[in-house]
Design a protein around this ligand. Structure first.
Ligand code: ATP
Ligand code: MG
Length: 352
């Protein structure tokens, strides 16, 4: 039996950072070993909040950077299919058909959409953004995805996919697997400013592609315990982003515990704690940088991977859509009209 299919991906809005790594990439690096993996570059989803000409002009560049980051993080290009969503118009066709299987009030209850609208500075909900989870259902179902790894903010979206798949199968016959969620319980990684989650647009992110000097500079500028004016003042470890990063990225547990103890006792300066963190982060990022350098030296290969993946996926989606239209009776509707038209043509061509 072939491996179950996994669908995962991101909007091509920029390079990936440590927050993405913790929130999803690390998990995918593991999962793609086990599943047949599709990685969507979700530019149609990007359009739900970013749709200026300038935003769209960034897609080609961001797609390549994002795929390079994912490969650098450890995804094996031989085990993953990367594809550009907008290059497969059949995804939009399926989206149109699935829209009728869910109600507006149901979508209005998806909490993350309101947050996304607010973050994007929209006073009112764009129609496309309300349909974000339906488009996601089209992505998952068009390749008959069976497993979908999700972070907390995305679980409610995939619930919509499950409902739509069940509803479709009930109305028209079994076409879609009802996909399973693989929940990641990892809490969001805080930004270097300690003011909320790491986000590229908030300028509080450390990129997977940042060089060692940049990483060190960002770490030295990190927010710590604001009450600690001198190294001999006892500090707070909880909620301190420097220690949050040590917990996630420094494999030397004994060292981290020792630093925490000395910090609480007022026996270590912020500079030393940050120096240790910069070293740990750079060690963590070194193998990612090495792989990135290899892919950067062969950039055409990354583009080629995206094109091959898009073509492979498009063929897959086409097959699904034929099956969907047939199950719904749409194929037969047009066949009937065509047959009648043929009969009519014959009748007018051969007068009685
Ligand atoms: P923007 O600033 O444009 O919102 P971002 O850096 O916050 O960008 P998104 O595109 O919003 O990135 O995030 C994509 C996905 O990555 C999220 O749905 C989430 O699963 C994950 N993610 C983003 N930031 C973090 C973070 N700090 N910690 C954990 N996961 C994150
Ligand atoms: Mg965000």
């Amino acid at each position: 039996m072939s491996a179950a299919r996994m669908l995962t991906g991101d909007r091509p809005t920029g390079r990936l950072h440590l927050g993405h790594y913790v929130g999803s990439i690390a998990n995918r690096v593991q999962l793609h070993q086990r599943y047949e993996s599709f990685f969507i570059i979700a530019d149609l989803h990007m359009l739900t909040t970013k749709n200026t000409r300038e935003d769209i002009e960034q897609v080609a560049g961001n797609a390549r950077e994002m795929v390079t980051d994912i490969l650098a993080a450890g995804v094996d290009p031989d085990r993953a299919t990367f594809y550009l969503q907008s290059a497969i118009p059949e995804v939009g066709d399926l989206n149109t058909l699935l829209q009728n299987l869910i109600t507006v009030p149901r979508l209005e209850r998806v909490p993350s959409l309101k947050e996304m609208a607010r973050d994007a500075g929209k006073e009112e909900m764009p129609y496309g953004l309300l349909g974000y989870p339906v488009l996601q259902a089209a992505d998952i179902l068009c390749v008959k995805g069976q497993v979908v790894p999700v972070g907390r903010d995305n679980a409610a979206h995939v619930e919509v996919t499950r409902e739509i798949a069940r509803r479709f199968n009930h109305l028209y016959g079994e076409v879609f697997p009802v996909p399973e969620l693989i929940m990641s319980e990892t809490p969001a990684l805080v930004g270097t400013d300690g003011q909320g989650k790491m986000s590229k647009s908030k300028g509080n992110a450390i990129g997977l592609a940042d060089d060692p000097v940049t990483v060190r500079r960002k770490v030295m500028g990190m927010y710590t315990d604001p009450n600690r004016v001198r190294a001999d003042v006892p500090g707070t470890v909880g909620g301190n982003p420097v220690f949050a990063y040590h917990d996630v990225f420094n494999p030397d547990r004994a060292k981290v515990e020792e630093l925490k103890a000395r910090y609480r006792a007022g026996r270590v300066g912020d500079v030393e704690v940050k120096e240790e963190l910069a070293t740990a982060l750079n060690r963590f990022l070194d193998p990612i940088r090495e792989r990135r350098a290899r892919f950067e030296a062969d950039r055409g290969r990354v583009d080629e991977l995206i094109v091959e993946g898009t073509e492979r996926t498009r063929a897959e989606v086409h097959r699904t859509l034929v099956e969907v239209r047939r199950a719904m009776g749409l194929t037969s509707a047009y066949t009937q009209v065509r047959r009648r038209a043929e009969r009519y043509r014959k009748a007018v061509a051969t007068p009685a």
